[in-house]
Write a protein that binds this ligand. Structure first.
Ligand code: UDP
Ligand code: MN
Length: 361
C-alpha cells in the first residue's frame, strides 16, 4: 500500500485507516448537528437568519427558568408554547390584494411607533414569541421603541431582569430600537400599567399589544397608512384567533366589529357590507377590536389616556372609544393588518378586592 510517498507496512496502514474513519465520523457528527440546527432555524427566524445558533439556544435557557408550568395557571398550553420556538411561520390570512398593493406611508420620522406591552403572569415562551414576531415582522425604521411593563408578575420575579439580559444579548447590537423595562412592585392592573408605559413613550404613535400575540407579515403598513390620513383616527388590526389548547392560528372574521352593552361589557357585532364595499377594506367600528389598538400618542394623552379610576382589567378601551367618538375621532378595524391573539376561555388571573377610597381604614 502507498502512504505519504512510501508504501506502508500493514501495521501502519491500519493506523491510517482508523484515523481516516475517525475523521469521517467526526465530519458526520458535525454535519448531522448542523443539519438539525438548520431544520430548527431555516426560514423560521426570519430577521435573525444569520444569528448564531447560540443565540437561538439561549432562548431555551431563557424559557427553562419558567417557574410555573401548569396550564391552569396560564389558561393555555404552555408545553406546546415552549415547544413551538421563538417564531413560527403563520398562514397568510389577509386578502391577497393586501399583500400586493403598495401602501402610501409617511417617512419613519413622522410615523414611528412605540409599542406598549403590559403583562401579568405570562409564560416566558409566550411573551418572547410576541416580542420576536414583532421585531421580525415590523420595518425597523418605523419601530421606535418597545416598552415592557411587568405588572407585578407573581411567580417569575426574575423575568424582567432575565429579559433585559436576553434582549441585550440578542437584539441591542442589531437594532436602534429603544427598550424600556418597567416593573410594578405591586400589581396595578392593565389600565394603570398601559398608561404608565404610554406616558414614557416618545414615538408618534402608540400601539397597545397583549403579551400573548403573534403579529403576522405586513401588519404595520396598513395601519400606518390609515392613521396618516386622519390624525383623529384610531385603528385596530383584525385579530386572528390562536387556539389556547392547540395554538393553531386561524383567520379572523372580517364581518365582525366591536360593540358593548350598557354595563360596558365588550361584544362582537355582525356588520353589514355596503354596496361596493369589499371585505378587506377598513371599516368603522364603535369600539376597538379587544385591547389591541393604535393611535397618535398625543391624541391618546389629550383624551386623558385610559381612565385611571378603572381598576385592573376591563372597560378601559370602551371608555377610551366613547371619549374618542365624542371628541371628533373615529375608530377603524383594518383587515389588511393581522395580529394573532390567544383568546383564553377564562381569566388566568384573579381580581384583588378593590380598595374603596371612600372607606376609612
Ligand atoms: N394584564 C396586566 N395586568 C393585569 C391583567 C392583565 O398587565 O392585572 C395584561 C395581560 O397579561 C395581557 C393584557 O393585560 O397582556 C390583556 O389582558 P388579557 O389578555 O387577560 O385580556 P383579554 O385579551 O382576555 O381581554
Ligand atoms: Mn389577551
Amino acid at each position: 500500500m502507498y502512504a505519504g510517498g512510501k508504501y506502508c507496512a500493514p501495521r501502519h496502514c491500519s493506523f491510517y485507516i482508523i484515523a481516516f474513519l475517525i475523521c469521517q465520523l467526526v465530519f458526520l457528527v458535525i454535519f448531522i448537528r448542523n443539519d438539525r440546527n438548520d431544520d430548527i432555524i431555516a426560514g423560521e427566524l426570519l430577521a435573525y437568519q444569520n444569528e448564531s445558533v447560540d443565540n437561538y439556544l439561549n432562548w431555551h435557557v431563557f424559557i427553562s427558568h419558567t417557574p410555573e408550568t401548569s396550564e391552569a395557571f396560564y389558561q393555555y398550553n404552555i408545553h406546546l408554547s415552549n415547544a413551538v420556538g421563538p417564531i413560527r411561520k403563520l398562514p397568510v390570512t389577509r386578502h391577497s390584494s393586501c399583500t400586493t398593493r403598495n401602501y402610501v406611508l409617511p417617512s419613519p420620522l413622522e410615523a414611528n411607533v412605540s409599542v406598549v406591552i403590559s403583562f401579568h403572569n405570562e409564560a416566558r415562551s409566550m411573551l418572547l414569541r410576541t416580542i420576536v414576531s414583532l421585531l421580525s415582522r415590523t420595518p425597523e425604521d418605523y419601530l421606535h421603541e418597545l416598552i415592557l411593563v411587568d405588572d407585578g408578575s407573581q411567580r417569575d420575579v426574575t423575568l424582567l431582569d432575565d429579559l433585559k439580559r436576553w434582549m441585550g444579548e440578542v437584539f441591542w447590537s442589531k437594532y436602534r430600537l429603544g427598550l424600556i423595562f418597567l416593573r410594578n412592585q405591586e400589581r396595578m392592573g392593565l389600565i394603570w400599567s398601559r398608561n404608565r408605559g404610554a406616558s414614557l413613550a416618545s414615538g408618534r404613535y402608540v400601539l397597545f399589544l397583549d403579551s400573548h400575540c403573534e403579529v403576522n407579515e405586513g401588519w404595520l403598513e396598513p395601519l400606518l397608512e390609515r392613521l396618516a390620513r386622519n390624525t383623529n383616527l384610531a385603528v385596530s388590526p383584525l385579530l386572528d384567533p390562536i387556539d389556547p389548547t392547540t395554538l393553531s392560528y386561524r383567520k379572523g372574521n372580517e364581518m365582525l366589529k366591536g360593540g358593548f352593552d350598557w354595563s360596558l361589557h365588550f361584544h362582537w357585532l355582525k356588520r353589514q357590507l355596503a354596496n361596493q364595499e369589499r371585505l378587506e377594506m377598513p371599516y368603522q367600528s364603535p369600539v376597538f377590536a379587544g385591547g389591541v389598538l393604535m393611535m397618535s400618542r398625543d391624541w391618546f394623552l389629550k383624551l386623558g389616556s385610559f381612565n385611571p379610576y378603572l381598576k385592573i382589567w376591563g372597560g378601559e378601551s370602551i371608555e377610551l372609544a366613547i371619549k374618542l367618538w365624542l371628541c371628533g375621532g373615529q375608530i377603524e378595524i383594518v383587515p389588511c393588518s393581522r395580529i394573532g391573539h390567544i383568546f383564553r376561555r377564562r381569566h388566568a388571573f384573579d381580581f384583588p378586592p378593590q380598595s374603596d377610597p371612600t372607606q376609612k381604614s
